[in-house]
Design a protein around this ligand. Structure first.
Ligand code: GAR
Length: 208
């Protein structure tokens, strides 16, 4: 039997995306396991979820490092030690440096709550409302050295209602995040994602 893909997750917040990924692994939708989590916030809800799921969660305090590279080097060491094949950013609210991006080139995914390239960076749901778009959504992409700029794997569209608040839009986008993130990871695990420049080609299932 082939070795299961080992997922390392970087988290800063509630961890609902991490939870969706863990559950998708458990029910066999994704043939992989989350072997390590890393957080830069000890009080993140994701830490509790890891405890309940029996996933080791390492707290790396970014305040102990003079720069981002130092934090990233520590994260790379922990991810390597855990035998990580794929790194997923699941609500990780720090910019990555080339130290981490290059260590796992083509093997880091992120989810962002907008239809990239629209509204990268902070508060994308508010940016979408302020701009007055009729549709927003979420994007799973490979991570490159820019901000939310890597090749796009999957997107889901969410219509914006006239009476939407940031919270209501956020909630409906989050529901879609929990669907497309496991789908994107499943495609990676099935070796069905080919990065061609900016584009990601989705290959047919291997047995078809
Ligand atoms: C999610 O909406 C995710 O897309 C967003 O943070 C939230 C984390 O929720 N990520 C970013 O904005 C990254 N730039 P979660 O902790 O419940 O998964």
């Amino acid at each position: 039997m082939e070795k299961k893909i080992r997922i390392g997750a970087l988290v800063s917040g509630r961890g609902t995306n991490l939870q969706a990924i863990v559950e998708a692994c458990r029910r066999g939708f994704i043939d992989a396991e989350v072997v390590q989590a890393i957080t830069n916030r000890a009080e993140a809800g994701a830490v509790d979820r890891c405890r309940k799921e029996g996933i080791p969660c390492l707290f790396i305090d970014h305040r102990n490092f003079p720069n981002r590279e130092g934090f990233d080097a520590e994260a790379v060491a922990a991810l390597r030690k855990a035998g990580t094949d794929l790194v997923v950013l699941a609500g990780f609210m720090r910019l990555l440096t080339p130290v981490l991006v290059r260590a796992f080139a083509g093997r880091i995914m992120n989810i962002h709550p907008s239809l990239l390239p629209a509204f990268p960076g902070l508060h994308p749901q508010k940016q979408a409302l302020d701009h007055g778009v009729r549709f927003s959504g979420c994007t799973v992409h490979f991570v490159d050295e820019g901000v939310d700029s890597g090749p796009i794997i999957l997107q889901a569209v969410v219509p914006v209602a006239d009476d939407d608040s940031v919270e209501s839009l956020q909630r409906r986008i989050l529901e879609q995040e929990h669907i497309i993130y496991p789908q994107a990871i499943r495609l990676f695990v099935q070796e069905r994602l080919a990065i061609e420049g900016r584009r990601v080609r989705i290959l047919p299932p291997k047995d078809s």
